[in-house]
Design a protein around this ligand. Structure first.
Ligand code: APR
Ligand code: PHB
Length: 389
């Protein structure tokens, strides 16, 4: 079997890449380890930057997102007994975010690929990459796929990054001494906008998915176990951390899904080796506080699509050679923003009273200075994908 681009992983990165390549007349095969049901149900992030929204709309896969997604023009930072709104419409006019579940994006992309006759294979076993320096091929479940280029879109735990010979990639990482316990609940959101709450007991986030479904996160110790968090304890802790301003009451409901996410920043450089190009979580992950993971994956794939279109169109490798450099600037900006939001809002055990005072002082600055709030807003809605856009 032969294709132009062998894509490993049917997450947002792999599926969007396959779709964008199809629009440019470039063939691909997507190989995914899990079942279609699994990837369509996996609850992950939910905040789409303006550039991500624009990308999906331009690619013809944004119809349901425009209909069902929730446009938001601000977020609230809640601490010290008060809420402080960061108004995007004032600070970054014309730019906003859209709240729409990552698995909904995945569903829309799978539907689009299958409708166009795309080759997306689920539940493939034993994916291995070979001959990445010259004429790459992928083996899986007893089959062989020859390709011109391999796109490693298989997430943080995939096989693509480890297929790069030792010593080629430089790895930069930071582990945080806490995790997020996330839940999806059948209850109307108690707030119109996202609430990022900093308390002495730790961070809490109130997000949502629809007028009837809410999403919440709690900062918990890195070794926390779900069995120690029965429903009542989760709601009690969310109430304690969120009901800190006068008149705010948290509505509760059935918990439909729950999970614990470790908090980590990670970048592997360069994001390419031979004819292998890494995109999305395969190359980098961010702590979720800045809501950047999915958006970075989309940005990578846009850059890779342009580079591959140039390569297959004219044979020019210039853009492909510059792929990693072109992506890493944005990747590091997102790393910094995610680290910054995380340190601004979480409690760190090692923090002494002096460090806590510094954190509160910074929060006061961000919520009272227009310049500081603009820095937050500009990064949160996302820097433009291309200069001048
Ligand atoms: N073979 C085939 N597929 C694999 C393999 C493998 N060996 N290992 C992993 N995969 C698949 C996973 O099952 C998953 O469906 O690769 C896919 C990777 O998808 P994501 O983890 O969603 O990564 P990505 O597409 O880069 O999207 C990044 O997703 O992790 C979230 O919050 C993160 O928003 C970010 C976004
Ligand atoms: C989510 O809704 O899942 C979400 C929102 C904001 C974040 C992280 C996750 O920063």
């Amino acid at each position: 079997m032969r294709t132009q681009v062998g894509i490993i992983g049917a997450g947002p990165a792999g599926l969007l890449l396959s779709h964008l390549l199809h629009l440019r007349g470039i063939s691909s095969v997507v190989l995914e380890k899990r079942s279609r049901e699994y990837v369509e149900r996996r609850v992950r992030a939910g905040v789409l930057e303006q550039g991500t929204v624009d990308t999906l709309v331009e690619a013809g896969v944004g119809e349901r997102m425009l209909r069902e997604g929730l446009p938001h023009h601000g977020i609230e930072l809640r601490y010290g007994g008060a809420g402080h709104r960061i108004p995007f419409e004032k600070l970054v006019p014309g730019r906003a975010i859209t709240v729409y579940g990552q698995q909904e994006v995945v569903k829309d992309l799978i539907a689009a690929r299958l409708a166009a006759g795309g080759d997306v294979r689920f539940e493939v076993e034993d994916v291995e990459l070979h001959s990445l320096e010259s004429q790459p091929y992928i083996t899986f479940g007893g089959e062989r796929l020859d390709c011109d280029v391999v796109a490693g879109c298989d997430g943080f735990h995939g096989v693509s990054r480890p297929a790069v010979p030792e010593g080629v990639l430089s790895v930069f990482e930071r582990d945080y001494p806490f995790a997020w316990l996330g839940i999806l609940a059948r209850v109307a959101p108690s707030s119109e906008e996202l609430i990022y709450a900093r308390t002495e007991r730790g961070f809490a986030l109130h997000s949502m998915r629809s007028p009837a479904v809410s999403r919440f996160y709690l900062q918990v110790p890195a070794d926390a176990r779900l069995e120690d968090w029965p429903d009542e304890r989760i709601w009690q802790e969310l109430r304690t951390r969120l009901e800190t301003v006068p008149g705010f009451g948290l509505a509760t409901g059935e918990i439909m899904e729950r999970g614990i996410t470790p908090m980590r920043g990670f970048v592997a450089e360069p994001m390419q080796y031979g004819r292998l190009y890494l995109a999305g979580d395969a190359a980098h992950i961010v702590p979720p506080t800045g809501a950047k993971g999915l958006n970075l994956a989309v940005a990578d794939v846009r850059v890779l699509t342009e580079a591959l279109a140039a390569y297959f169109g004219s044979g020019s490798t210039e853009l492909l050679d510059g792929y990693s450099d072109a992506c890493l600037k944005r990747v590091w900006r997102a790393q910094h923003f995610s680290w910054w939001m995380t340190t601004l809002l979480h409690t760190f055990e090692e923090d002494d009273p002096y460090a806590r005072k510094l954190q509160l002082s910074y929060l006061d600055y961000v919520t009272s200075s227009e310049a500081a709030a603009t820095t937050l807003a500009e990064n949160y809605v996302g820097l433009p994908f291309e200069p001048g856009r």
